[in-house]
Design a protein around this ligand. Structure first.
Ligand SMILES: [Zn+2]
Length: 326
């Protein structure tokens, strides 16, 4: 017999079908704790891996997270859905019916009533955020036309931005809206190639007293747009840090510097979504692979952690517990 626990439906890496499910390994007590964002008035399918163990699954607050038998869509009664002879993997649906908040869905063994897994469910209202995209030029270089081996691939950029929107919507119920049109950010001077973002010395509008990154922060300081995405040619953090980087964003802040060149569409999507999360104030995550905020682009994918989701959209964090189940 196994230990029934919640698991996300299987999806390909770098898929926008990741539904804000934060997988957490079992705690010292042996209980699996996971987290699932459910949009207000929406639903999410969740798998339960059972190993054949009979179990019951119930919600502590059905107004926030109603458990449905996924084949029939029939709601679970108050005491939950019982699976007496389950398949190795069972699918259930968690539905919200309009009440914002945080509650818990619980798996209990039928045999002895032991809790084996909990799913914190956060029912979130839509959170609107805006972004705008800029191309960078200085008077020596034109990012779109000269000097570069390739100009910015606007088709690829558009596809990436569409997927960035899906990542934030599916996982955090954040509704990203692009402010049009694409604008050119022109500087009289010489930003350098590569640009040393944190070093003073570049010629910016006749002066050399400001590091490029400070210039960008200053430029967008009172911007009404939440994320200003600046597409730049190659840059480094500074002269000491020679490692090439694909993006940089003050944390928190409202400007993301992105290198859109020599990356495929999936990496470009990753770069933009990752830097936006830094802009919201998030750092890197400890898991060395498999998350949006994994430090190394090669080992990352598009999955947000619970902390990322709650940071991007703080609604649905109010704890509501149904006293019937205490
Ligand atoms: Zn980062």
């Amino acid at each position: 017999m196994g230990t029934p626990f919640f698991s996300p439906p299987a999806v390909k890496p770098n898929s926008t079908d990741i539904f804000g499910f934060d997988e957490v390994p079992p705690t010292a007590s042996g209980i699996f704790n996971a987290y699932q964002m459910v949009p207000l008035n929406g639903y999410r399918d969740v798998d339960i891996s059972t190993g054949g163990e009979p179990f019951v699954v119930f919600s502590r607050a059905p107004d926030i997270a109603q458990v449905l038998e996924s084949k029939t869509g029939v709601p679970a009664p108050d005491k939950g859905l019982a699976f007496r002879n389950p398949a190795p993997s069972v699918k259930v649906t968690i539905r919200n019916q309009g009440m914002e908040g945080l509650t818990e869905v619980v798996i209990m063994k039928l045999l002895d009533g032991a809790v084996t897994s909990t799913l914190a469910v956060s029912a979130k209202t839509p959170k609107p955020l805006t972004f705008k995209v800029f191309t960078l030029e200085d008077s020596l270089r034109n990012v779109g036309q000269q000097e570069r081996p390739t100009s910015i691939d606007l088709g690829r950029l558009k596809t990436s931005l569409e997927d960035v929107k899906k990542i934030y919507l599916n996982q955090a119920n954040v509704v990203l809206t692009q402010q049009f049109p694409l604008e050119s950010l022109s500087i009289e001077g010489d930003l350098g190639d590569p640009i040393m973002l944190e070093d003073k010395g570049a010629l910016i509008n006749g002066k050399r007293d400001q590091a490029p990154l400070n210039f960008f922060e200053e430029r967008f300081k009172s911007s009404p747009v939440r994320f200003n995405i600046v597409l730049s040619w190659e840059f480094l953090q500074n002269k000491r840090e020679r490692k090439s980087i694909g993006g940089l964003a003050p944390q928190p802040g409202n400007v993301c510097i992105i290198n859109p060149f020599i990356v495929d569409y999936a990496f470009l999507t990753q770069r933009i979504a990752h830097e936006m999360m830094h802009s919201l104030g998030a750092g890197h995550v400890t898991p060395t692979s498999g998350f949006l905020m994994t430090v190394d682009e090669i080992n990352s994918n598009w999955r947000m952690t619970r902390a990322n989701i709650d940071l991007a959209n703080p609604s649905g964090m109010l704890v509501v517990v149904d006293p019937r189940f205490l």
